[in-house]
Design a protein around this ligand. Structure first.
Ligand SMILES: [Zn+2]
Length: 280
């Protein structure tokens, strides 16, 4: 079978997207259109310049671009368009289930509240569910380079929308912001009935993964590739059946994970959702 045949076959298969940051899906053309709509000055003038910038090399260059892009999302319709564009992409690629992370603090810090971005997100999700039976889950992430007090405040502000939120997570710049910093915020989220996940072991070490499991009680680790450096941790991941979800940028680092067979034990949260066994 040729590579082309394989790609064609994969395109036809129903798929699940497990690790996706909605703010990171902003396409260059939409970035330029929204910047123009809201008179936001960008360091790029043309589509080609924006597209060139999208070839990021590491987490920090991705984050720089991510925050620049988030700055053009201002009103409810912007968030609707952003979500709908992604869900339409899912439809084209036959992604039948998508677990979508969003970062409230990125917007709250710009004076844009839950009452702006959530109705936009939810209207697009409703349209996709109704028109092509798209399955989605929203995962609300705390920015780990902000304080726990800010995470707790975000959780409070999210309360009117909890029925639409599946889990809380941790994302953004990892090193220097270990999971234990958010122990109380995750305990509060658990009390509200939310599931818990966290980015850990992407650029931080295996100790970040252990801390997320032991102190935050997460059932899924995003990225997690650094677990290959700690045999006891690998055993704990297998024993706890916590999901490990490497992201696209982990591709270059994923080989050791496969060699160690860890991915075979990745019974992800989403896998269970898809099989119809919701395990809140
Ligand atoms: Zn991520």
């Amino acid at each position: 079978m040729t590579t082309e045949d394989r790609l064609s076959l994969i395109k036809q298969w129903p798929k699940a997207e497990l690790h996706l940051h909605i703010e990171g899906t902003l396409e260059p053309s939409m970035l330029l259109a929204l910047a123009d709509k809201h008179s936001v000055q960008l360091p790029y003038q043309t589509l080609a310049e924006v597209e060139a910038a999208y070839h990021f090399e590491d987490l920090q260059s991705f984050l720089d671009l991510y925050y620049l892009g988030a700055g053009v999302l201002r009103d409810e319709h912007d968030f609707y368009e952003l979500m709908l564009a992604y869900l339409e992409q899912c439809r084209r690629e036959h992604i039948v289930h998508a677990e979508i992370m969003f970062d409230p603090q990125t917007h709250l810090s710009r004076g844009i509240g839950f009452d702006v971005f959530m109705p936009g997100f939810l209207a697009a999700i409703k349209k996709a569910e109704t028109e092509w039976q798209q399955s989605t889950r929203l995962l609300m992430c705390f920015l780990r380079d902000q304080s726990e007090a800010s995470a707790l405040e975000t959780l409070k502000l999210a309360e009117p929308y909890l029925e639409h939120i599946e889990a809380v997570g941790l994302d953004s710049a990892e090193v220097g912001h270990p999971p234990g910093k958010f122990k109380r915020a995750f305990e509060a989220a658990a009390k509200l009935g939310l599931r818990r996940i966290a980015h850990a072991g992407e650029e931080g070490g295996p100790d970040y993964i252990s801390e997320a499991l032991n102190e935050l009680g997460v059932s899924r680790i995003d990225h997690g590739v650094q677990c290959v450096r700690d045999s006891a941790l690998k055993a704990q991941l297998a024993e706890s059946r916590a999901g490990v979800v490497p992201g696209q940028v982990d591709e270059r680092r994923a080989a050791p994970v496969r060699q160690d067979g860890v991915e075979e034990r990745c019974d992800s949260l989403s896998g269970r959702v898809l099989s119809g066994k919701r395990c809140r």
